[in-house]
Ligand binder design. Structure first.
Ligand SMILES: Nc1ncnc2c1ncn2[C@@H]1O[C@H](COP(=O)(O)OP(=O)(O)OP(=O)(O)O)[C@@H](O)[C@H]1O
Length: 259
């Protein structure tokens, strides 16, 4: 097994400009980093700093202008479908039951509907969704819908999951419950997670490392290691060392916003 779940080697990227005479502005420039299997990485940075662009490159929706992206040590001509992606909004289909929503990635991979449903039924309890199989998305709370969305992402079968601000639309209490729930799930499935968030507390509670996008274009990755053991409790982020780290992160982010 490769000791890298995701590797960026000298990645540069710019969006094509509709005005051919305008200079091309790199969003990422010769960016390199390595994520080890099983790591939980959060990405924080102000609006427009390139977080979503990073995800678009990993999923293969965009191609780098230079450099190489490796998933589990391999470089692919087409990365689409190689990683699991969970968007900010759950994107569940309102006309499909929870069972058939969750089974969708399996069916897309060619698994027979009956087998896909059987597999999902075996997982609903573990995802805190027991008894919801015949309900519709509108019958569920926001937190439960995000659990279905996460189940769907896990069923993509990839060991690398990209989660794009998955809890940002939830109320504060549900959000905290979901953060603890996500850590339990991550420990259970032993996946590698990249998690975009605007919430520094959330990043500190969840992550092994935090990537901070401060300068544009993103060249060298600013990163911090979170000095907390696992399993974690929410109160752990009030540890003096973590509070100091939070101040440091906020200073970095403020410096960028004031540019
Ligand atoms: N499709 C596109 N075409 C041209 N420029 C784009 C496109 N998408 C994003 N950009 C630009 O690329 C830069 C990075 O944008 P990106 O969406 O990656 O930032 P972000 O950190 O995810 O922001 P947010 O937190 O608001 O989602 C910004 O300057 C943005 O305007």
């Amino acid at each position: 097994m490769s000791n890298s779940a995701l590797q960026f080697k000298d990645i540069s990227f710019h969006y094509k400009n509709s005005n051919e005479n305008a200079p091309e502005q790199n969003v990422l420039e010769k960016l390199s980093f390595n994520v080890k299997p099983g790591e939980f990485i959060s990405i924080v940075g102000p609006s427009g700093s390139g977080k979503s662009t990073l995800f678009k490159l990993i999923t293969g929706l965009e191609e780098p202008s230079f450099g190489d992206i490796l998933i589990n040590g391999e470089s692919y001509d087409n990365r689409l479908g190689r990683v699991g992606y969970m968007p900010q909004q759950d994107l569940l289909m309102p006309w499909r039951t929870i069972l058939s929503n969750a089974a969708l990635p399996l069916e897309l991979k060619g698994v027979k509907q009956q087998d896909a449903h059987h597999q999902v039924m075996g997982l609903l309890e573990e995802f805190g969704l027991k008894g919801t199989e015949h309900k519709y998305p509108s019958d569920l709370s926001g937190g439960m819908r995000q659990r279905v969305s996460f189940l769907r992402t896990v069923l993509s079968g990839s060991n690398v999951l990209l989660l794009d601000e998955p809890f940002s639309s939830l109320d504060a209490i549900t959000r905290l419950t979901m953060q603890e729930w996500l850590l339990d799930q991550w420990e259970k499935w032993k996946t590698t997670v990249l998690f975009i968030t605007h919430d520094v507390d959330e990043a500190l509670f969840l992550s092994d490392r935090i990537f901070v996008f401060t300068k544009s274009p993103v060249k060298k990755l600013e990163e911090v290691n979170v000095p907390l053991d696992r399993p974690r409790k929410l109160r752990d982020i009030h540890h003096p060392e973590v509070i100091q780290l939070k101040e440091h992160l906020l200073d970095q982010l403020r410096a960028r916003v004031e540019l």
